[in-house]
Ligand binder design. Structure first.
Ligand code: PAF
Length: 285
């Protein structure tokens, strides 16, 4: 695995591979890799002849400075895992490479509407940070394919919208959420949970499964299901930000009779904010 720290270096490497007839898959990450990331790499490995992974903890997408500072940085272990996963290149840009004019002065990519609801409402500026950095990383790496986890469902939708709106020549592929045996969605944030919180955390997935079950049994009052789920999680010790039953196509509030649904939630457990979702076809549609 080669490591590139500059735009020129990664572009030259990718250009050489493309000249040789390779297709380039790209997995952008913020490091602290877990099995979920490795699944993205594995899908990338299967679908292209060269795999590039980036690690950049992007300050622009953190709406709290403390969250950015405490974000786990485990570069040596990450490199070891990427080597074992037969990654061809690691792109490791510094802050100056990504934001040479500083974060506040940089040109930004904003996806209105879709970027303002759910996560966008609760984490103002977060998605602008995500789409801005992903746009820059795409321009730097110039991949044919890019892989993102479905755990960040809204992020994946926004990146696809940005790709369409800005006519980016990259295929965006979603990869199913990887879960611990007890159902907890894998996330770099799980490592911050203490033992008691870790025991409680799978309740989020259980709650999603319960709502899906209720809809499968014919429950039609979706807003009541959302409210009941929020109250239930709060009673268990979460500080729930939202539980929403949405249409997959645009994340608007789902109504009975809608076909493709996704349930998304965000909740705090102590100092850790967790998100999760499940998507399914409504049996009543
Ligand atoms: O999902 C993430 O890890 C980040 O939001 C991403 C896509 C790497 C952009 O910083």
């Amino acid at each position: 695995m080669i490591t590139c720290q500059t735009i020129d270096a990664i572009r030259q490497q990718v250009a050489d591979w493309k000249t040789a007839g390779d297709t380039i898959a790209f997995v952008p990450t913020m490091g602290n890799l877990h099995a979920g990331h490795l699944q993205l790499v594995s899908q990338a490995r299967q679908q292209a002849s060269r795999v590039v992974v980036s690690i950049f903890v992007n300050p622009l997408q953190f709406n709290e400075a403390a969250d950015f500072e405490h974000y786990p940085r485990t570069i040596d272990e990450d490199c070891r895992q990427l080597q074992s996963a037969a990654v061809d290149a690691l792109f490791l840009p510094t802050l100056d490479v990504i934001y040479p004019h500083g974060q506040s002065a940089t040109t930004k990519v904003i996806v209105p509407g879709l970027g303002d609801i759910l996560e966008g409402e609760h984490r103002p500026g977060h998605f602008t940070g995500v789409t801005t950095v992903v746009n820059k990383l795409f321009n730097m790496v110039q991949p044919d394919l890019a892989f993102f986890g479905e755990k960040d469902y809204q992020q994946l939708m926004l990146i696809r919208r940005m790709r369409d709106d800005l006519d980016m020549p990259v295929q965006v592929r979603g990869v199913a959420t990887q879960r611990e045996p007890d159902g907890l969605a894998m996330s770099s944030r799980n490592g911050r949970l203490d033992a008691g919180e870790r025991q409680l955390a799978p309740c989020l997935y259980q709650q999603l499964a319960e709502i899906e079950g209720a809809i499968a049994r014919g429950e039609e009052d979706f807003r009541q299901l959302e409210q009941d789920a929020e109250a239930h999680l709060d009673r268990q010790g979460f500080r729930t930000e939202y539980v929403r039953i949405c249409r997959q196509q645009d994340l608007s509030a789902a109504q009975p009779g809608d076909d493709k649904l996704v349930i998304l939630l965000a909740a705090w457990l102590g100092q850790t904010r967790l998100i999760d979702n499940i998507s399914f076809s409504s049996p009543s549609a």
